[in-house]
Design a protein around this ligand. Structure first.
Ligand SMILES: *Cc1c(COP(=O)(O)O)cnc(C)c1O
Length: 377
């Protein structure tokens, strides 16, 4: 099955009892048991819920994984998965990792004895140099947020494998439609399903996918123990969103191409970061490992004044956090996704006060560009 078909038929699509074209919302917390000795597959919904399972199955199919777990948020997926590590373990992490992941690693996991070293993961030798005897995980994001830096996933996973390290990849920006890290040798794929997978800015959810049975069981153990699984209503909405992932992604990506081309030539725009541009340093690697550059990019403008005007005066693109919705979202990484990263650290990474991120939705690109243009005037 090709991807577009998998989005619709890659999980259970029919309710066995009624033939309904979809898995119902099992808004139930517990299940009646019939045997004193053997409980059924379902006993309590913290552990198992059929609607959640349907969402898990379709994402597992899309990523080419054998096991997927759905979580109450992307951060729940990330944090729960990170619980497979133990005190004394060390992680190598890409230096422009999502702000929320940076926060849990540096303020919570560090306290639990799991330490992290942040490296420029676009440089494979920097990854290898940061590996210590106690390193157990390599945590990557490509293209990264908000500078769209590209990491060679196959190369990174090969290094990790050589050292017996688990590779985790946050694949939120790409979705499995455009990039499948498990096929490139990585071990665990993480998602904020809140973004493109659901795609309608109306659900918070997350996923962890693996093709390693034992890793899948370890993550599942923590999910059930912590109670971080996704609720049935949100599972249903996410399933519905995934059905249109291909058409949404194709159109948003095409709109992005048009807007990027135009913004590049705007006098107030000083730089555009987008892996679809041949001049992007990660262009070739990205092209080799993904099926498209996606629908998120960032750009720098000439002054703080222009930054403010753009953020406050764009009418179509909503000034908001998040991305991947049918509506365009313009955001300010310095004060939003990366607000929890200390200023000095942030500037060192190139996340300046004049950097703007745009997630391009399904509006007509002419309208969207005209609106950005008027906002900058
Ligand atoms: C939004 C996001 C997350 C966190 O997901 P939530 O659903 O907000 O918890 C993690 N990684 C990336 C790349 C994101 O964009």
């Amino acid at each position: 099955m090709k991807r577009a078909t998998q989005m619709i038929h890659g999980g259970p699509t029919v309710d066995q009892q009624t033939g309904a074209l979809g898995v119902p919302i099992y808004q139930i917390s517990t299940y009646r048991q019939t045997s004193m000795e053997h409980f059924g597959k379902y006993d309590y919904a913290r552990g198992d819920n059929p609607t959640r399972e349907a969402a898990e199955e379709v994402v597992a199919t899309l990523e080419g994984g054998s096991r997927c777990l759905a979580f109450a948020s992307g951060m729940a997926a990330i944090s729960t998965t990170l619980m497979i590590f133990s005190p004394g373990d060390h992680l190598v992490v890409c230096d422009d990792v999502y702000g929320g992941a940076y926060r849990v690693l540096t303020s919570i996991f560090s306290r639990m004895g799991v330490s992290s070293t942040f490296v420029d993961a676009t440089d494979l030798s920097a990854i290898e140099a940061a590996i210590r005897p106690e390193t157990k995980g390599l945590y990557l994001e490509t293209p990264s947020n908000p500078l769209l830096k590209v990491t060679d996933l196959k190369g990174a996973a090969a290094i990790a494998k050589r050292h017996g390290i688990i590779t985790l990849v946050d694949n939120t920006f790409m979705t499995p439609y455009l990039q499948r890290p498990l096929e490139l040798g990585c071990d665990i794929v993480l998602h904020s399903g809140t973004k493109f997978l659901n795609g309608h800015s109306d659900v918070i959810c997350g996923f962890a996918v693996t093709n390693d049975k034992e890793l899948g069981q370890r993550i599942r153990y923590v999910q059930n123990a912590f109670g971080t699984g996704l609720g049935p209503q949100d599972s249903f909405l996410t399933l519905r969103g995934i059905k249109t992932l291909k058409v949404r992604m194709d159109q948003s990506q095409e709109n992005t191409r048009i807007i990027v081309e135009r913004l590049k030539n705007h006098p107030r725009v000083t730089a555009v970061h987008y892996p679809g541009l041949p001049e992007h340093p990660g262009y070739a690697i990205h092209k080799a490992q993904a099926d498209g550059p996606g629908a998120v990019f960032s750009f720098e403008v000439d002054s703080l004044e222009t930054t403010k005007r753009l953020l406050e005066n764009s009418h179509l693109a909503a000034f908001a956090v998040s991305l991947g919705g049918v509506e365009s979202i313009i955001s300010y990484p310095a004060k939003m996704s990366h607000a929890s990263v200390p200023r000095e650290e942030r500037e060192r990474k190139g996340i300046t006060d004049t950097l703007i991120r745009l997630s391009v939705g399904l509006e007509d690109p002419d309208d969207l560009y005209a609106d950005l243009e008027q906002a900058m005037q």
